[in-house]
Structures are given as structure tokens and as C-alpha cells.
Design a protein around this ligand. Structure first.
Ligand SMILES: C[S@@+](CC[C@H](N)C(=O)[O-])C[C@H]1O[C@@H](n2cnc3c(N)ncnc32)[C@H](O)[C@@H]1O
Length: 415
């Protein structure tokens, strides 16, 4: 909802917008996405064509989609339906845009008189009556779990229901995260944005669908998007023999993928009226440790011998320390490398309009059989013990590790 005035690194698409892959890559707005070329570099250097790739915390699917377009069969898992709908729509979009548009028109005709009514001040200020009618009808009618066409359409509606004014179906909102209803009403009131835009939702969505399909749908290897907790879903899958595990887990105590996506989750059938403040921030360290440890253990059974593992995670000490420990426990006999990322991304506080700085991340790598020439040039350094990692200053990890090694000083364990 805020205009972010901080200078961000240029957004570099892995494929030009004038290609099907470039158009579909960008489908879905989500928190803490992989930077566009990160996956492309890793997949290209660490695997060969045809080698499966696994991402057990796949978010909006940047990892699985990129790998699939690069000819690697891919599996992405996420517990959040918003993440899943974007990932699934990209991995297996409906083939014919006209079918998606026809379904949009059916949904429009299926609206009921009461669908357009606003139930709260938030709804009255967020969407015009026609948009509210379409959203309610889509929420009720679309079989987004069972039908490819319905899922593709739902992904388009979810994407555009919450956008900057003029770009989408709503009054001005952050396209990435949704604020609480009270906060949103105050914000619109302060800015004088008292009325939602009077858009024709069917015409606008038809145009958006046609533009997305302008170059068709991308050629890609088999992609599977699984909705569920990775701890439950991984044991159910047949062995994947993946050549690369590439993922970015949630960060301990940082993003709340439940509340921050409450509006899109409402569209997908959840009810937040009573409990939208339910937190899913992984504040409890033991729960977080158990989550990361169990997912990596389960994921390790799906990797072939000598597969590479690349995990992008938060540089802050709590998350970093627990992720390092979980990797070392899962693969005790493998050499673990670490680097500080060079591209800062918007921190959650920037997203929430509370100012703040860009956040930094680290990459943890267990190199596999491939890509030595690549990773040797990427600034990775060995990690010996999780306790050797001091994640409490703002210096890049690589510098801190260098200091610790150079002085022979035993680093202070992270609490
Ligand atoms: C940092 S985000 C991943 C973003 C992703 N790399 C992208 O490019 O969009 C972490 C994801 O982990 C998911 N997650 C959290 N707990 C999970 C669990 N138990 N099983 C599967 N996914 C989970 C969250 O819903 C969130 O989408």
C-alpha cells in the first residue's frame, strides 16, 4: 500500500516478456520470492537437463517453474493455498485461454444479487459492487483444486483482486501483502482514496488473460505442485531421485504467510472474520527447528547420491543458525559452504510501510557432482560448526567468517 521509495536492484526477468516463459514467470505476487536469475543460475550449473529438482517450500513457484522451463522435471510443495494456486497455474496452465475466458463469463452469470453487497467498510472501500459480485461468485463456484481451467482463472482473479489502483480490480493496495481491514480503511481514508475504482471486472480480466497468453504457454518439463505440509507430503511421494534440492524456508519469527495473504486466502474459501489475527510466524524456536529439520530429513530421501542442495535463508542469526544446524545434521558427512547474498531484497518492515532497511540473506550449499567451476566463483566459503557462525552484526557473513578464521578466535555461539 505504500509507495516504496527505496532504490531496489533492477528486476531482471530470467526470460524476456516477449516470450511465453517471461509472461508466465511473473504470475503471482508473493513474499520473499527467489530473485529471478538465482534459480536459473543454480539449475543451469548444478544439474543437467532431465534431472529432477525439488523445492519443498516453493512459495509462488519461482523455483519449480524455472527448473521446468529449463527442462528439469520438478516438484514444488507449499502449505499455503495462495502459493499453490500460483505455482500450479504456472506449471500446468489451462491450454486454451478462450476456455478460461468462457469460464469467467459463466462465473459472472452465476453471481447472485446479494454477492455485490458490501459486508464491511473494508469491502465497501476495497471493491466496486461488480467486483465484489465476481469475487463472491468465484469463491463459491470455482473448483480450483480439481479443475485446471478453474485453477488458472482463480490464479488470475487472486492476482488482480489486490493491486495498485488502475492496475487491478481494487482500491490501491500492496500487490504482495494484505493489511488488516482496519489498517486498510485508515490508510485509504488518510490518502483520500475513499472510493474503489469503477472497473468492469470481466472486461479487465479478459484483457489480462489474453495478454498473459499472448505468446502461448511455455514448453516445460513435467511439473508437480503439491498443496500441503512438506512434512506430510514428502513421505507420500515416490522417490524422486532429484539432482538438486533448491529452496527457501520460512524465516523464524519474520513473515506470516497466513495473515499477510489473508485477502487471497479469503477468496480461496478461508474465513478470517473471527481469527484473521491467527499468527503463522514460526515464533517458537523449537517448532521452527523441528520444521526445518524434519523437512530436510524427508527431502534427503528424494535426492540421488551426490545431489546438490542449495538453501537461501535469512542472515539474521536465529534463522541462520538453525538452518545451518539442520543441514549439518541431515548431511553430517558433506562439506557445507556458505555465502552472503549480494542482492538485498525488501524487508518485511519495508513491505509493511514501517520504513526499515533491506534484508540480507545467506546461501547454504552442499555442492554435488556438477558445477564446481560455477560455485567456486560465487564467493562460497566452508562452514565448520554451526556455533562458528556469528550472525549478529551487519557485516556480510563471508567477512565475519574470514575474521573468525584469521584470528583463530572461537566465535561466540548463537543463542
Ligand atoms: C520464503 S517462502 C518461499 C518463497 C519462494 N522461494 C518463492 O520464490 O516464491 C517460504 C514458504 O514456505 C511455506 N511453508 C511454511 N511452512 C511450510 C510447510 N510446513 N510445508 C510446506 N511449505 C511451508 C510458506 O507458505 C512459504 O510460501
Amino acid at each position: 500500500m505504500t509507495e516504496n521509495t527505496q532504490k531496489q536492484p533492477a528486476f531482471k526477468q530470467p526470460w524476456p516478456r516477449s516470450t511465453a516463459a517471461g509472461r508466465w514467470y511473473a504470475l503471482g505476487r508473493y513474499l520473499a520470492m527467489f530473485p529471478p536469475t538465482f534459480v536459473q543460475d543454480a539449475v543451469g550449473n548444478l544439474t543437467k537437463v532431465g534431472e529432477p529438482v525439488l523445492d519443498p517450500f516453493c512459495g509462488r513457484g519461482n523455483g519449480p517453474f524455472t527448473a521446468a522451463v529449463m527442462g528439469r522435471p520438478t516438484t514444488g510443495i507449499d502449505v499455503n493455498p495462495v502459493a499453490w494456486i500460483f505455482t500450479a497455474a504456472k506449471l500446468q496452465p489451462a491450454e486454451d485461454p478462450e476456455q478460461v475466458i468462457a469460464r469467467l463469463n459463466e462465473i459472472w452469470l452465476a453471481r447472485k444479487p446479494q454477492d455485490g453487497r458490501s459486508r464491511s467498510q473494508f469491502e465497501a472501500m476495497a471493491w466496486a459492487p461488480k467486483v465484489r459480485a465476481l469475487l463472491r461468485a468465484a469463491r463459491r463456484e470455482l473448483d480450483w483444486k480439481g479443475s485446471e481451467v478453474d485453477r488458472t482463472l482463480m490464479a488470475f482473479i487472486a492476482l488482480h483482486m489486490q493491486d495498485k489502483k488502475e492496475d487491478g480490480l481494487s482500491n490501491s493496495m500492496s500487490p504482495t501483502i494484505a493489511y488488516s481491514p482496519d489498517y486498510a480503511v485508515r490508510w485509504w481514508t488518510d490518502k483520500g482514496l475513499l472510493r474503489p475504482p469503477d472497473v468492469d471486472p470481466v472486461a479487465m480480466l479478459t484483457d489480462k488473460i489474453r495478454r498473459r497468453y499472448h505468446y502461448g504457454i511455455p514448453d516445460q518439463a513435467q511439473g508437480t505442485a503439491i498443496l500441503g505440509d512438506a512434512r506430510d507430503e514428502l513421505p507420500k511421494q515416490a522417490g524422486m531421485e532429484a539432482g538438486l534440492l533448491i529452496t527457501s524456508p520460512p524465516y523464524c519469527g519474520v513473515a506470516d504467510y497466513w495473515n499477510d495473504h489473508w485477502l487471497r486466502l479469503w477468496l480461496l474459501g478461508h474465513n478470517f472474520r473471527k481469527d484473521w489475527r491467527r499468527s503463522a510466524r514460526y515464533k517458537n524456536k523449537t517448532d521452527y527447528e523441528t520444521l526445518i529439520g524434519s523437512v530436510l530429513q524427508e527431502a534427503s530421501r528424494h535426492l540421488k547420491k551426490g545431489a546438490a542442495v542449495l538453501i537461501r535463508t535469512d542472515q539474521r542469526r536465529q534463522t541462520a543458525k538453525m538452518c545451518i544446524a539442520a543441514v549439518q545434521e541431515t548431511w553430517p558427512n558433506r562439506k557445507l559452504l556458505i555465502r552472503s547474498t549480494t542482492a538485498p531484497h525488501k524487508s518485511i518492515s519495508v513491505h509493511h510501510g514501517r520504513g526499515g532497511q533491506t534484508a540480507k540473506e545467506i546461501d547454504l550449499l552442499l555442492p554435488g557432482k556438477r558445477g564446481r567451476n560455477w560455485w567456486e566463483k560465487q564467493g562460497f566459503q566452508p562452514v565448520k560448526l554451526a556455533g562458528d557462525y556469528v550472525g549478529q552484526t551487519t557485516a556480510p557473513v563471508s567477512q565475519r567468517l574470514t575474521v573468525a578464521v584469521a584470528t583463530g578466535r572461537r566465535c561466540q555461539p548463537v543463542d
